[in-house]
Design a protein around this ligand. Structure first.
Ligand code: COA
Length: 211
């Protein structure tokens, strides 16, 4: 069981062993619960980390064949957005989590684009999964997007995770298509201004159009 305490960019993950949660000995009925171990991790901007370490972590989480995925085609050729991309490093400074966000758009039949921010991949090193690190990075990107009043966030991901904690939903995405296979129920969006997404078209890299 992991409990997370946050303070600025640093957060503590307390791992409680099951045995420490058993009732205290009768002589000490009100003894405080003691965490078995405390792990200090930090959220940092992803551009503080070497590109090679990011790629290695993504290979470990998704496998080296990850580049053929539909999500990669949607944002093909785009650079990730430093203000909306985060890393988790552990107490030793090792990279254990990465989250990238990309400029994409819903492209209509007439070529016009409705801009969106694609979130993902979200990846935690397999040895550190289910410790609160994914949630910490997602909390950071949703908070940053709200502060910066960005375009709606979107992703291909599990609604059981991204819906449960942050309210991502497939509501309004049924008219969206993608340049590869995807499950409709996993095409999710989160408008950061409390509005709704809608529209029909193809998800694609965002093309800057000169005024
Ligand atoms: C998915 C991932 C980012 C989650 O991060 P994490 O640090 O391992 O998990 P967290 O500690 O933030 O979240 C834990 C909680 O979310 C739940 N959860 C985690 N991944 C889930 C998923 N894919 N679907 C449903 N629930 C999930 C856990 O069951 C747990 O719930 P609990 O607290 O009730 O026990 C991470 O496990 C990962 O990198 N997985 C492999 C790559 C991947 O699938 N990435 C997502 C697609 S972009």
């Amino acid at each position: 069981m992991a409990h997370i305490l946050r303070s600025g960019g640093a957060y503590l993950v307390f791992h409680f062993a099951a045995r420490t949660l058993k009732p205290a000995a009768p002589a000490l009925p009100h003894a405080p619960l003691m965490a078995e171990r405390q792990v200090v991790s930090h959220i940092l901007p992803l551009d503080s980390q070497p590109e090679e370490a990011i790629e290695q972590l993504l290979d470990a989480a998704f496998g080296p064949d990850r580049h053929g995925r539909t999500a990669y085609k949607i944002r093909d050729g785009m650079p990730w957005l430093p203000a909306l991309s985060f890393a988790v490093v552990n107490a030793d400074g090792a990279l254990i989590g990465t989250l990238q966000s990309w400029p994409v758009a819903l492209t209509q039949a007439d070529g016009s684009q409705s801009p969106l921010i694609m979130v993902g991949p979200v990846a935690v090193d397999p040895a550190h999964q289910h410790g609160g690190h994914g949630r910490a990075m997602m909390d950071a990107v949703v908070a940053a997007a709200r502060t910066l009043r960005t375009e709606p966030l979107m992703m291909i991901g599990d609604p059981e995770y991204y819906g449960r904690f942050w309210g991502f939903t497939d509501e309004g995405t049924s008219g969206w298509d993608a340049p590869g296979p995807f499950e409709k129920r996993r095409l999710l969006a989160l408008p950061v201004d409390g509005g709704r997404v809608a529209g029909t078209g193809m998800l694609a890299p965002r093309i800057a159009v000169a005024a």
